[in-house]
Design a protein around this ligand. Structure first.
Ligand SMILES: [Zn+2]
Length: 194
């Protein structure tokens, strides 16, 4: 038995507003599509696949877009957790090396010699604060110092403290911004060595 040759996922325009897309779907995806069409028949009366996919994507984007009003409990909060994790990776690796940083590496003494003992501010922005940042920025805010051009990527955006939290930067609308993962990592690395 030969394995089937899968056509490449391709999109080509068939009119000014319509596109033809080639997809290979597994059985489970087809079942999900069929079930979704049953559940949403009142909103997709012709039960077209294209209509179902559009509706499913509208619902999905509504759910995962941090800039939208949150109606669903339990929406992903992973990014904030990832950001919190970055503090523990300070100090240790050489640039370009892939060595893993142990969890208990001491922070550079200049960076964290004094920590406010009276009140511990939160590194993690609240959901409304995150939504404000997402709505205000929308794209990566990194500006190239040489060209003056903004990165403006919309891919893998993360919330960043302009003034690092570990150096007293606060979790406020003024001190937070969106960065793409690459530029967030860039500033993370710079903080380590700067
Ligand atoms: Zn960027």
């Amino acid at each position: 038995m030969t394995s089937p040759v899968l056509p490449r996922e391709a999109i080509r325009p068939v009119s000014a507003t319509q596109n033809q897309m080639t997809l290979v779907l597994d059985e489970q995806t087809l079942e999900l599509l069929a079930r979704f069409k049953e559940l949403t028949a009142h909103r997709n009366p012709m039960a077209t696949n294209a209509g179902a996919i559009r509706l499913a994507l509208e619902i999905a984007v509504e759910r995962v877009d941090p800039a939208r009003e949150v109606k669903v409990r339990g929406a992903p909060e992973k990014r904030a957790i990832e950001l919190e994790g970055r503090a523990s990776a300070e100090g240790g690796t050489q640039p370009g090396s892939d060595t893993r940083v142990p969890q208990s590496v001491p922070t550079p003494k200049a960076a964290a010699s004094h920590e406010s003992s009276s009140r511990r501010p939160s590194r993690r922005p609240s959901r409304p604060l995150r939504r404000s940042i997402w709505r205000r920025d929308g794209v990566c805010q990194y500006v190239d110092p040489l060209t003056g051009r903004r990165c403006a990527s919309r891919f893998k955006l993360e919330i960043d403290h302009r003034q690092p939290f570990s150096k007293g930067g606060r979790t406020t609308v003024e001190n937070l911004r969106l960065l793409c993962r690459a530029h967030n990592a860039y500033f993370g690395a710079r903080i380590k060595w700067g």
